[in-house]
Design a protein around this ligand. Structure first.
Ligand code: IVH
Length: 664
């Protein structure tokens, strides 16, 4: 087989494995085996540029080419659906259809996904275009981003699909991905997404598709359009679509009586609590396409379909007080303190008010009876005030003008919703949370200092800013309440060990707004040491991959501050790493190209993660388990006995730290 044939074979195979994994949830090969095939395809495509194909599985990793989205007119407008919240209105819809059709009919009942809608066009079985809903008439061309969604087929399987057709559906962000993303955003001072719907649409509109690729979006399809569709029913078309590789929900029922519809609604209202993504109702569609045509459309929505929306669970309770929290980056968040109330199985005492605009919008007064909802959000929020119940209410809530902790006047940046306390240098909650961030696991990993110790160290005046951590003595620590000799020794040991933490994590630990772990890595790769980074111009910063204007401005602002420069100096004097270590600096070579390496055991010269990075930077591949294709094992102390045994059996070579570093 020549390389061109192999490329075609690999593409087919990889499309199949993607489908098995992301659509059927039934992978037949391991992630590692998948990566090996993908890598082979990437290499072959690089060597054979004439074989370029927009729909190759290698296109799913995205590229960082940034361009504004092109606007594309929809061939058929993207309409919305009539909404109802009551079963009585569902019954009216049913009767209306019955009267207008005057013949038997079936309804297809399906989930109403709570994401962002998308329209996909396939020509000759290949995905050629993905467009957002936009204003319904025209939307944004987000093809490059949609290609990174692994459950969207780039090439269709099977046969019988029309030469050209459109299929519409919903792009979703699963709950687990949403929660993790918000944690990461909060950690770097970014406003979290309010719900998975906003997160999905925000992600789809990112300019850098390689970032989209990492966000694990999913997509369900629910509506096929075109001239020569394969079936005369909506349900039949979706079945075909499933056979061609699309992800179609199996929670879909054909109902021929109103009772069937109601029992499906009740069933889903329970079942949806276990689904991995957000849904907000049921969509009922007349199944026969002929009957759909007969019923037609209004200017806004089809007459043959309706959405029954689940009522978000809501409670009414009394607002007792509004308190204000100050975060690490100084952002002040108002919190409503409520009379405890039951809501979807938990007792709610506090709810987020997000920012001052919300307080103004509801004209909140202390003593107001407020509505609390837990809809698509994790933290309950206030969704309104029962104005009728306003009787002898207390004072109007006015957003504070000074920091509740240090008294500094708050500021609000142009175009931003949040107020913040600019006194980063001495505002206690800001200092304490900066210290907490600094010692956290992904930063300096000084685990023996938890939030309680931070509180003590700060209150006793031992740590007034981050660099004081490196001045702590055993005596200082033992002076603290509830701190025994053993724990004090542990702290000192962990502090000393943190001197070996690589530069990229030190940079992340500084807690610069918008500089998360990934951004820190990018900056370290681009600048190599703190002096070059501190002296970088705005233009140099935005040139770095994934560094946009907002991050660049934040980095500039951080280092323009004399206190922060002093902090860096103090930390440098304490012995922290502010440049990439020698080994890593010479890295980025091809020396380990084609080698599969297992890292096992405890090392003394570098951490296990550093070795893994060295392997990748030098073109090698980290693999988890020993097999006959393993090139060698990089082994430290106490390597796992099963690995050792397997290595001996297969005759895989064992390499120690020194030998490995010498190779590089
Ligand atoms: S069908 C002409 N089916 O709801 C009918 N829409 O308010 C086209 N949606 O913009 C829509 N789940 O984003 C349809 N199973 C489903 C749906 C669904 C969610 C969304 C879609 C649409 C909106 C309509």
């Amino acid at each position: 087989m020549n390389s061109k044939e192999r490329i075609i074979q690999l593409r087919e195979e990889l499309h199949r494995h993607n489908h098995n994994y992301y659509v059927l949830n039934a992978p037949v090969i391991t992630d590692y085996e998948f990566d090996v095939l993908l890598r082979e395809l990437q290499d072959l495509e690089e060597a054979n540029p004439d074989m370029y194909d927009e729909t190759s599985p290698t296109m799913r990793v995205g590229s960082d080419i940034t361009k504004e989205f092109r606007q594309i007119a929809h061939k058929y407008p993207m309409l919305s659906l009539g909404n109802t919240y009551s079963k009585a209105e569902v019954a009216e819809f049913y009767d209306r259809i019955k009267k207008n059709l005057n013949e038997d009919f079936e309804l297809c009942c399906e989930l109403k996904f709570d994401g962002t809608s998308i329209s996909l066009t396939y020509v000759g079985g290949k995905l050629v275009q993905a467009v957002t809903r936009g204003d319904g008439e025209k939307g944004d061309d987000v093809t490059a981003n949609v290609k990174t969604i692994r459950s969207v087929p780039l090439v269709l399987s099977g046969s019988g699909y029309p030469h050209e057709f459109e299929i519409r559906g919903e792009v979703l962000m699963p709950w687990t991905v949403f929660e993790k993303l918000n944690e990461e955003r909060a950690a770097v001072g970014e406003q979290p997404f309010a719900n998975p719907r906003n997160a999905a649409s925000g992600t789809l509109k990112l300019q850098d598709s390689s970032v989209v690729s990492k966000r694990s979006l999913d997509a369900y399809l629910y509506f096929m359009l075109g001239e020569d569709l394969p079936s005369g029913t909506h349900y039949g078309n979706l079945e075909k679509a499933r056979a061609w590789g699309f992800k179609i929900s199996s929670l879909t029922r054909k109902c021929s009586t109103l009772d069937d519809v109601f029992s499906f609604i009740d069933y889903i209202d329970e079942e949806r609590k276990n689904l991995p993504y957000a849904t907000d109702g049921i969509v009922l569609k007349v199944n026969s396409i002929r009957q759909q045509r007969k019923l037609g459309y209004t200017s806004k929505s089809p007459r043959w379909a309706i959405a029954y929306k689940f009522q978000a669970e809501r409670a009414v309770t009394r607002l007792n007080e509004v308190t204000y929290q100050v975060g690490r980056t100084g952002v002040v968040t108002p919190v409503a303190n409520l009379d405890p109330v039951q809501l979807s199985g938990t007792v709610v005492k506090r709810a987020s008010l997000h920012n001052s605009d919300i307080i103004e919008k509801f004209d909140l007064h202390i003593g107001d009876m407020v509505y609390v909802e837990k809809g698509g959000e994790i933290i309950p929020k206030i969704t309104g005030v029962d104005v009728e119940a306003r009787f002898m209410v207390g004072e109007k809530v006015r957003f504070i003008t000074k920091c509740p902790q240090c008294g500094t006047p708050l500021v609000r940046a142009d175009g931003e919703a949040a107020h913040y306390c600019p006194n980063s240098a001495t505002c206690p909650p800001q200092i304490k949370s900066r210290i907490e961030h600094f010692v956290s696991r992904d930063a300096m990993n000084i685990e023996s200092i938890g939030p309680e110790s931070v509180e003590l160290l700060f209150n006793y005046g031992l740590v007034k800013n981050i660099s004081d951590i490196y001045k702590l003595s055993l005596e200082d620590l033992m002076f603290l309440p509830r701190m025994g000799q053993r724990s004090a020794e542990n702290v000192i040991e962990a502090v000393n060990k943190s001197l070996d933490v690589p530069f990229e994590r030190v940079l992340f630990a500084l807690g610069i707004r918008f500089v998360g772990a990934t951004v820190a890595k990018r900056l370290v790769r681009a600048f190599g040491n703190i002096d070059d980074l501190m002296n970088a111009t705005y233009e140099q910063l935005v040139e770095v991959e994934e560094i946009g204007e907002r991050i660049a401005a934040s980095v500039m602002e951080f280092f323009a501050n004399e206190t922060n420069r002093e902090l860096v100096e103090n930390l440098r004097n304490a012995g922290l790493r502010f440049e990439v270590c020698q080994e890593a600096a010479v890295a980025v070579s091809d020396k380990l190209k084609g080698l599969s390496i297992v890292v096992s055991g405890v090392f003394s010269l570098h951490s296990r993660d550093e070795y893994k990075r060295l392997i990748e930077d030098n073109g090698g591949k980290n693999v988890g388990s020993v097999s006959k294709s393993t090139s060698f094992i990089l082994a430290g102390e106490n390597m796992g006995p099963s690995k050792l045994e397997k290595a001996k059996k297969l005759g895989v070579r064992i390499v120690d730290e020194e030998e490995f570093l010498a190779m590089l």
